[in-house]
Design a protein around this ligand. Structure first.
Ligand SMILES: Nc1ncnc2c1ncn2[C@@H]1O[C@H](COP(=O)(O)OP(=O)(O)OP(=O)(O)O)[C@@H](O)[C@H]1O
Ligand SMILES: [Mg+2]
Length: 402
């Protein structure tokens, strides 16, 4: 029988240039900022870290428009600028990011929990890239994940042929991170079965992984300094409540909330949508009023009330910032591909239905109630909301079927 090398079920991205991939990894996208921060950062770094805690926070939350300058005595590697403004990537509380960084320098793992689309994965990726220089050591938690995904597996043909040897071991990203002293990301940890999750308990407390099949010294892998775990869990999926108490104690939990400030959310949706379009070679502007209507609608339906104090029935679907970015980019893309369509607001109700009508058929009724309540009231004083109100038919038409 032909020997087949077993492929690892884990995801490990390799560093690829921006040009030939749909979405380059954070280490590639932010290579200049990372190299600059690394060169000027003179604060003490926890063992195994690429940057000091303060520089990690600056990388993620930005330098508030201020340019970081190279100290006169420092000689920078060629090609780096003399000063650089680091833009914010994560919009949210700086204190939250500081707590995340402090946790990762300690003896517990970090668990980011929150509603879908609140940038938990993005925050995990940015932390990994700033602290360890790469975000590729990632395990995607699924219902089908086994212990191998979090610990190690075997190349079975080699195992049968030569017995248990280090060469036959297929390390999980967790094991690789322990050996290399890096952060490993575990996405959607709570989607794994509780008994699989519990494989992390001893590993987090003892900071070593036993491989009983191997003999002698090589049967324990000790984590090098810099190793830690950033896990994410989605509050809409199978609950964090199903995590064992023993595992919960080994993580510090941080909740990532939707963006609190409407103007910040509008600005983020605008800039992310433009960046998404630029990645596909499209350069375009986004209509400011469209963005305002889109983000306001999302926030009202997410929060269950409006800024005016009117109550709104919330749909079962998630009205996340990430979905708002997708709609803004789709409408702008439609404008580029079909330039004859000059009214971007007319496209909004159709796209909104695409987000809202996912989980529950009653959500169409909730959307119509939103149209008949807040949108109708606003339409009395505002031409753009009036235009939205006039598009109510779109919501009903799509229920009629072909
Ligand atoms: N606070 C925020 N700061 C920056 N970007 C944000 C923020 N909230 C949402 N986004 C946008 O949402 C996108 C999706 O975020 P991400 O996939 O990390 O969310 P998530 O919380 O992991 O969602 P899920 O639970 O569905 O996995 C980001 O790439 C970004 O464009
Ligand atoms: Mg995620």
């Amino acid at each position: 029988m032909a020997k087949k090398k077993t492929s690892s079920p884990r995801t490990r991205s390799t560093s690829t240039s921006n040009a030939d991939v749909q979405l380059a990894s954070a280490e590639v996208r932010y290579a200049e900022q990372l190299a600059f921060l690394r060169a000027i950062d003179q604060a003490p770094r926890p063992p195994g870290w690429m940057l000091s805690p303060a520089a990690v926070v600056d990388f993620i939350c930005g330098t508030r428009g201020e340019a970081l300058r190279v100290p006169a005595a420092l000689k920078l590697p060629a090609g780096l600028p003399k000063s650089l403004v680091i833009p914010a990537k994560f919009v949210g509380s700086r204190a939250l990011v500081e707590r995340c960084v402090v946790t990762l320098a300690g003896e517990r793992g970090l668990m980011l929990v929150g509603q879908p689309g609140t940038a938990k994965s993005m925050l995990g990726e940015l932390l990994a890239v700033a602290i360890s220089g790469s975000s590729g050591l990632t395990v995607q938690g699924t219902a089908g994940a086994s212990e191998d995904h979090l610990r190690y597996g075997w190349n079975y043909s080699m195992l049968l042929d030569q017995g248990p040897r280090p060469e036959a071991l297929v390390p999980s990203p967790v094991l690789t991170a322990m050996r290399e002293g890096k952060l490993v990301r575990i996405e959607e940890l709570t989607r794994c079965l509780p008994e699989v999750q519990d494989g992390l308990i001893s590993l987090l407390s003892e900071r070593r992984l036993m491989i009983p099949e191997l003999e002698g010294e090589i049967c324990s892998v000790f984590a090098r300094p810099g190793f830690n775990i950033v896990a994410t869990a989605n509050l809409r999926d199978r609950g964090v409540s199903e995590m064992s108490a023993a595992l919960k104690r080994r993580f510090n939990f941080e909740t990532v909330h939707p963006i609190a400030d409407p103007q910040q959310e509008i600005e983020l949706v605008r800039s992310r949508a433009i960046a998404v379009l630029a990645d596909t070679g499209l350069t375009t502007q986004l209509d400011a009023r469209l963005l305002e209507l889109l983000v306001t609608t999302f926030r009202d339906l997410r929060d269950g009330n409006t800024a005016e104090g009117w109550s709104v029935e919330r749909p079962a679907s998630v009205m996340s910032t990430a979905e708002a970015v997708t709609i803004a980019a789709a409408i702008a893309r439609q404008g580029v591909f079909f330039p004859a369509q000059r009214d971007p607001i007319s496209l909004l109700p159709g796209h909104l239905l695409g987000v809202v009508l996912k989980d529950n058929v009653e959500d169409r009724e909730r959307l119509l109630a939103y149209w008949d309540g807040p949108i109708r009231r606003r339409s009395e004083n505002d031409a753009h909301w009036k235009r939205m109100y006039e598009l109510r038919d779109v919501l009903e038409e799509s229920s009629e079927g072909p």
